[in-house]
Design a protein. Structure first.
Length: 426
């Protein structure tokens, strides 16, 4: 038995790093494929609901105040999920069960999130109730995402993480595409849309756990647990300068991109001039183009990142492509401009997602606290989703929808510069 070592949260746990077993061959391939499927189902929920069904539901209640009401709902839910992933991550790091550390939390998050989505159109008859149900759904789905991300650190060796990140990127892209396409077709059947995507994430998560059983953690000695140490642990990874810069670059990148992605339905209506039905249908076409470009860029960037042993250059390329797509959308407020943005933005997002998870996992301060620290990193996703709608309301009020694009361009380009100080990866 190995001696206890300090963790990032200040507790002591057995040194699980020494005994960590990384999958090889068919077992590794099977895990990555099922992670791709589950990521697809999860991100289809996020985008179907967040970018299509939720905005449509909010608009149907009060068309005149749709931007402000959507900002209220999404900002509240993003605030509520700020610490969900690190809390669940920290608890899963310490979970002892025959299913392993991650599976109980993934299953719980999937079931609760799926059920909340199915109930959202039934219970959400006004903006306040929509906000409550969306918060419950988002918290649950984030409780799935944190432990799911930790599987990369738990079970995959460093020289395969770029490829695994590429599969994560492909899964998220396919999920977003599937979500937007199907939800766009079901924009007049909101209840059915929520039920389909909620059920999908439940089925995918159950199959991931069943076909990729983890080693039991029941016999591992759990770390001493206290709420004080838990919340202290959220700050300890920032003692690493690399972790801090990685957090900042993701925060800025998502702040620049989420304000566009989550408002695309309204952009098509108010900036391009489409009706709600036309916008829902065109979003499906736009997302298919976006996905095709993203998947190609993801596989190319992921494989090249592993072969070259470099991560930063792909963040620079990704940011430049996404920013260029926004420039086109700014200068061409037409359906053609939207499709060109889809190509360039898709390539940029794909290249970014191909290496982002790998970069973050490579610089984690302590692999034994991987889920908690990845949860802290993912706060950098949630805070922008809280701030972007508020900022968008101000920008739209002051400049119209055209004001969203220079802001997004500046932030995405700034994000690329924030990886320069990271020293542990090239």
């Amino acid at each position: 038995m190995s001696s206890p070592v300090p963790t990032a949260s200040g507790d002591t746990t057995p040194d699980n790093t020494a005994s960590r077993h990384y999958l090889e061959g068919a077992a590794r391939t099977k895990l990555v494929v099922w992670m791709l499927i589950t990521t697809t189902a999860l991100f289809s929920c996020y985008l179907a609901a967040g970018a299509v069904l939720l905005p449509a539901q909010v608009q149907n209640i009060d068309p005149a105040l749709k931007e402000a009401n959507l900002a209220i709902v999404t900002s509240i839910s993003s605030f509520a999920t700020l610490f969900c992933q690190p809390i669940v991550g920290a608890l899963s790091d310490r979970t002892r069960s025959k299913l392993g550390r991650r599976a109980p939390w993934m299953l719980g998050g999937a079931f609760l999130g799926g059920i909340m989505l199915a109930l959202l159109p039934v219970i959400g008859t006004n903006v306040a109730l929509i906000a409550i149900m969306w918060v419950l759904a988002q918290v649950s789905l984030n409780g799935l995402q944190g432990p799911l991300s930790a599987l990369v650190s738990d079970r995959l060796a460093e020289n395969y993480r770029g490829t695994a990140s590429a599969f994560f990127g492909v899964g998220s892209t396919i999920g977003m595409t599937l979500g937007v396409v199907v939800a766009g077709l079901l924009i007049n059947q909101i209840g059915l849309g929520y039920a389909i995507f909620g059920g999908g994430v439940i089925v995918a998560t159950v199959l991931l756990v069943v076909f990729n059983q983890d080693r039991s953690s029941a016999d591992m000695r759990p770390a001493p647990f206290s709420l004080v140490n838990l919340f202290k642990g959220f700050g300890t990874p920032f003692r690493s300068a690399d972790f801090t810069w990685a957090w900042l670059q993701r925060f800025v990148m998502f702040l620049g991109s989420m304000g566009i992605v989550n408002y695309m339905l309204y952009i098509l209506q108010e900036y391009i001039g489409m009706s709600q039905a036309e916008a829902g249908g065109f979003m499906a076409i736009q997302q298919l183009v976006y996905a095709a470009a993203s998947i190609i860029a993801t596989f190319i960037a992921g494989r090249m990142s592993d072969r070259l042993g470099r991560r930063k250059i792909f963040v620079f390329i990704a940011s430049g492509l996404f920013a260029l797509g926004l420039v086109v959308l700014l200068l061409m407020p037409t359906p053609t401009g939207v499709l060109i943005y889809a190509v360039l933005g898709g390539m940029g997002f794909g290249a970014y997602m191909a290496v982002d998870v790998a970069l973050v996992v490579d610089i984690l301060p302590d692999p034994n606290d991987a889920a908690k620290d990845l949860g802290v990193i993912n706060i950098a996703n949630n805070v922008p989703q809280m701030l972007a709608p508020i900022i968008n309301v101000f920008l739209i009020g002051a400049f119209g929808y055209v004001g969203l694009f220079p802001w997004g361009i500046a932030l995405v380009l700034a994000a690329s510069l924030l990886v320069i100080p990271i020293k542990k990866v090239r």
